[in-house]
Design a protein around this ligand. Structure first.
Ligand code: ATP
Ligand code: MG
Length: 180
């Protein structure tokens, strides 16, 4: 499995439709300060279901929508699509390619799509849970996170190992079943 493509429209500084294609192996993004490098990882985090505006370096979710510049008007919608190559079937679906889309409007409405079909956030969370890619996983390590992992409490470290071992999904389902 690998990240194949990222499409953004109106996400943070990416006012226009931007398509980034990745190939297997290492990709480095370089650019001056403030040019939008971290906004790329924010976009990945967001489309994977991030619910905390603070984790996306904002105050409220609306902050991820392009807010306008000297030459461009603000937009009312932000959209990100992530395409993963799933030819090794690491994600438990019968698709060679999996796309996940998230859209949010300034009014607060939001939508999730999986392979262009509307779905719930829960479906996306479950798809990625235990794949090592989920929003709680460590596929994205931001500044300061390394220290946080090293110094986190033993119960918090346990969650990291449970995700890596692939048991988190079952624990969550058990919790939900008990709740109902
Ligand atoms: P550094 O090298 O300092 O880490 P960077 O390349 O990672 O920089 P980012 O943090 O990704 O840069 O981008 C910051 C830029 O994104 C800022 O110029 C900020 O104004 C812009 N930005 C953030 N949110 C929005 C938004 N909603 N609308 C327009 N621009 C935005
Ligand atoms: Mg940065």
């Amino acid at each position: 499995m690998y990240l194949k493509q990222l499409d953004t429209l109106g996400f943070k500084s990416f006012a226009e439709r931007v398509k980034i294609e990745f190939v297997p192996g290492v990709t480095a993004v370089v650019g001056p300060n403030g040019s939008g490098k971290s906004n790329i990882t924010d976009a990945i985090r967001w489309v994977l279901g991030e619910q905390s505006a603070k984790s996306l370096r904002g105050v409220k979710m609306e902050d991820i929508i392009f807010q306008g510049s000297d030459t461009r008007k603000a937009l009312n919608v932000a959209e990100v699509t992530l395409v993963l190559d799933n030819s090794d079937n690491r994600l438990p679906v019968d698709y060679q390619e999996v796309s996940v889309t998230r859209r949010v409007y300034r009014s607060g409405e939001s939508e999730f799509l999986m392979n262009k079909q509307p779905c719930r956030l829960k479906d996306i969370t479950e798809l990625f849970m235990d794949s090592g890619l989920g929003r709680e996983a460590f596929s994205i390590i931001s500044q300061g996170k390394v220290e946080e992992i090293l110094s986190s409490k033993s119960e918090e470290r346990r969650v990291i190992f449970e995700e890596a071992a692939g048991v988190l999904k079952y624990k969550n389902r058990k919790k939900q079943a008990e709740y109902k």
